[in-house]
Design a protein around this ligand. Structure first.
Ligand code: CP
Ligand code: NVA
Length: 311
């Protein structure tokens, strides 16, 4: 069970078979981890967790993941290293590799983590950039498979702007056979150049639809995220007005498939992109998604970090 790449920076870096390997391991280990029966496959390994943006889920789930594998973690903020200011990403990647066995990073610039990864000899994992949030979407696919059996043939509608989570969904749609719809106001869709690039891969079934009622029709999954991502705080007031018709509330959920589930990467701004009635409803699987971040990331770490033990 090996992945072809050293790093987990984007879903598009992996084949559908490799992504399936991650999902299968995550599913296999979930009950073992919950019952404290997981054999530690990576004793003594250290994962550096670098955060240039805040986090609840990503930080806690990565730090717990490596502990469950028998290792430990270091939490590092932008105050300590100063990547790109105090020290070049290239040197940070090379030096950190002499101390730790893996690096997880949440930051702004995707190119910076690519440079860091290219110069690190240990695995580098993307814990969110302005461009992508691949671990989130892998955990979400695991959640969909738990609730709807399979992602195959499903219609996933992302209601919100073409942001990092939406781009990772587009990437996932180029690897798994489902339909991905982005439902956003005009001007907030995914960049044409990005979509064209991903379209070069096989299997992509993607559509941008402006009208919420039309977009959610026959959906299996209605997915939501904040209207202003971390780093876009100054646009918040403007976006609140533009996105108001895109709130996921009971009325919009009624227009979706009868069995459609509601998903949100969290944190949610209740009363903005989603009503309390929807996020607290039986159709909402948001806490399962949050939990599955732990299981999917543990599988990603286990598959990327070398070990001679059985997984
Ligand atoms: N969904 C997610 O990544 O949450 P955090 O920002 O809390 O890590
Ligand atoms: N799009 C959001 C996701 C948070 C997990 C952000 O980048 O802030």
């Amino acid at each position: 069970m090996k992945l072809s790449k050293k790093d987990f920076l984007s879903i598009r870096d992996f084949s559908k078979e490799e992504l399936r390997t991650i999902l299968d391991l995550s599913r296999k280990q979930k009950p073992l981890a919950k019952a404290f029966k997981l054999e530690p496959s990576h004793p003594g390994r250290v994962l550096a967790c670098i955060f240039h943006k805040p986090s609840l889920r990503t930080r806690i789930s990565f730090e717990i993941s490596i502990r469950q594998l028998g290792g430990s973690s270091l939490y590092i903020t932008d105050k300590e290293i100063g990547i790109g200011n105090r020290e070049a990403p290239k040197d940070v990647g090379a030096v950190l590799s002499r101390y730790v066995d893996g690096i997880m990073i949440r930051t702004f610039d995707q190119e910076m983590i690519e440079t860091l990864a290219a110069n690190a000899t240990v695995p580098v994992i993307n814990g969110l950039t302005d461009l992508l949030h691949p671990c989130q979407v892998m955990g979400d696919i695991m959640t969909i498979e738990e609730h709807l059996e399979s992602i195959e043939g499903k219609k996933v509608v992302f209601v919100g702007d073409g942001n990092n989570v939406a781009r990772s969904w587009l990437n996932a749609a180029s690897r798994f056979p489902f339909k991905f719809v982005l439902n956003s106001p005009s001007g907030y869709q995914l960049e044409d150049s990005y979509v064209e690039e991903v379209k070069k891969d096989e299997n992509l079934d993607y559509e941008w639809i402006e009208d919420p009622a039309e977009a959610v029709r026959d959906a299996d999954v209605i997915y939501s995220d904040v209207w202003a991502s971390m780093g876009q705080e100054s646009e918040k007031e403007k976006r609140l007005k533009i996105f108001r018709p895109y709130q996921i509330n009971d009325k919009l959920m009624e227009l979706a498939g009868r069995d459609a589930i509601f998903m949100h990467c969290l944190p949610a701004h209740r009363g903005e992109e989603v009503s309390d009635s929807v996020i607290d409803s039986k159709r909402s699987v948001v806490y399962d998604e949050a939990e599955n971040r732990l299981h999917i990331q543990r599988a990603i770490i286990a598959l990327l970090m070398p070990t001679d033990r059985e997984l």
